[in-house]
Design a protein around this ligand. Structure first.
Ligand SMILES: *Cc1c(COP(=O)(O)O)cnc(C)c1O
Length: 494
């Protein structure tokens, strides 16, 4: 299986090379030449552990990894860093199945991919005789940063530098990042929003003279952002796993289609579900849930992607995104795997901040349903579900749950079993979650709120929260957007 750039069919690389490069030289994203069909049947899948499912799915994409290499990466990633053997358990509440993707080291779904990416990357480096030390450069709206830091901390032959919007992440997210241990970790707050951080990182990746400087000093950049194919592929796994659990427990019959609802920002998670569907997993609708930054909802309803709008800070900050990078992979596909046309649209996005797809392309998006939830709808969802069932969900998951309610009302499709991707523990966004349940909690401190959440939700405080109660702040660098390259030079002493 080879990977091609979404902007140039001639840039063709192996899986390990695509993982190392992150982004193609022309600024495109790597996509598999063809989406493979699942080669295990449902009876077999139903008997597999999470790790075995991961191998069954990933071996079809990462074909230049040996069995031993891939199994060793999987073993190193999905171990007791996760607080449940199931890795990604399903929880039924009020008629929907919540797929809890937050049982890893940083209690958010990015752990699912970022706990394996460092191992895939160092294995890929070995396979390709890379001598340089790998410098991971990441822009984060909160969760990626900490999950990437936790994944790469202490991994030999790597350094990681994370940029986050100084005033655009939750206090707990910030505390999690600035307390990160590990001599190879660096954390920087920027004066700007997430999109500016991401654009700054992309500029550094595209800067040939900076790459030259790095190479001379024995370094090379790579990306841990959700554009890396090594992030996307591990995310396909949990949709297959969820389906096989539903089958195993008799919730669905063989071949019965399910809906999937995904709280969406950069479009990585829902794209993984789309890949799973194209592998043959019986998924009916891919329900794309946005918060008030509803670029994707507008795109699915009109065929126009337009980022020229006010950037809104919401209670689901990991979805506060106006440029959904991974959408490019879908655009490329619905354009008939046409790099030239995709490039045209992406250039238009760069110059005009918007583009419009053709009616034929729009027709090919019929697997998707897009909607959004306002701040008050999100809060109402958290409170309503808690009062009805006692189950407490985080703000991002609540956006998805609220959109699922809208979907049922609008389409009348109440019978299809539905999996809602639960992307963060409520303990990660405690203040917003508790305020949604009752404004009286506003006066409590963050840690008092965590204790209260544990009490009323009847759940244990996750280890990740316990840890930061007492942790020392180790990172305090702040810079302007233009100062990002110099900050990198300073960290690398070049
Ligand atoms: C990153 C993130 C999302 C959005 O996922 P994408 O793959 O970027 O669409 C949703 N919820 C949480 C909690 C996240 O951290």
């Amino acid at each position: 299986m080879m990977y091609v750039s979404t902007r140039d069919a001639n840039e063709k690389v192996s899986a390990s090379q695509a993982i190392l490069k992150g982004l193609a030289s022309d600024g495109g994203l790597f996509v598999p030449e063809e989406i493979p069909k699942l080669d295990a049947d449902i009876e077999t899948l139903a008997e597999m552990t999470y790790q075995q499912t991961a191998y069954a799915v990933m071996k079809q994409y990462l074909t230049d990894f040996t069995k031993e290499e891939l199994e060793s990466c999987i073993r190193a990633a999905y171990d007791d860093k996760f607080d449940t053997k199931e890795i990604a358990p399903l929880r039924e509440a009020d008629g929907a199945c919540y797929l809890e993707l937050f049982h890893g080291a940083t209690i958010a779904f990015k752990d699912m991919a970022l706990s394996i990416l460092p191992h895939l990357m160092t294995t890929a480096a070995r396979k390709n005789q890379v001598k340089n030390e790998i410098v991971i450069l990441t822009a984060t709206s909160g969760d990626t940063g900490k999950a990437a830091l936790a994944g790469f901390a202490g991994v030999k032959g790597t350094k990681i530098i994370v940029f986050y919007p100084k005033n655009g992440v939750s206090p707990i997210q910030e505390k999690q990042m600035v307390t990160q241990k590990g001599d190879n970790t660096f954390v920087v707050g920027i004066h700007g929003n997430f999109d500016e951080a991401q654009t700054g990182v992309k500029k550094m990746f595209a800067d040939a003279s900076l790459a030259e400087e790095l190479n001379a000093a024995g370094y090379q950049f790579s990306s841990a952002n959700s554009i890396n194919i090594g992030r996307l592929v591990p995310q396909i796994v949990y949709y297959v796993y969820a389906y096989s659990r539903l089958y195993k427990t008799g919730v669905i019959g063989s071949g019965e289609p399910i809906n999937v609802v995904v709280p969406t920002g950069n479009f990585g998670n829902i794209l993984a579900a789309f890949y799973a569907k194209n592998m043959g997993l019986p998924i009916a609708k891919l329900i794309c849930a946005s918060n008030e930054n509803k670029v994707l909802y507008d795109f699915f309803s009109t065929g126009v992607y337009n980022k020229n709008r006010e950037f809104i800070l919401t209670s689901s900050p990991s979805m506060d995104i106006l440029i959904s990078s991974n959408l490019e992979r879908l655009i490329y596909r619905v354009a008939g795997n046409n790099p030239a046309y995709n490039t045209q649209l992406m250039n238009r996005l760069k110059t005009d901040g918007k583009y419009e797809i053709t009616p034929e392309m729009k027709e090919r998006l019929s697997d998707f349903y897009g909607s959004y939830a306002s701040e008050s709808e999100t809060a109402d969802m958290i409170r309503g579900l808690y009062e009805k069932t006692g189950y407490i969900i985080d703000t991002h998951t609540a956006v998805a749950a609220a959109v699922y309610e809208k979907y049922k009302q609008e389409t009348g499709d109440c019978g299809t079993k539905t999996v809602i991707a639960s992307t963060a523990s409520p303990f990660k966004f405690t203040r917003s979650v508790m305020r949604a349940i009752d404004v009286k909690y506003d006066s409590m401190s963050d840690f008092e709120l965590a204790d209260e959440l544990a009490r009323i939700g009847n759940v244990k405080i996750p280890q990740a929260i316990e840890e930061i109660r007492t942790a020392d702040i180790r990172h305090n660098t702040v810079c302007e957007v233009q100062g990002m390259p110099d900050t990198v030079r300073k960290f690398l002493a070049i």
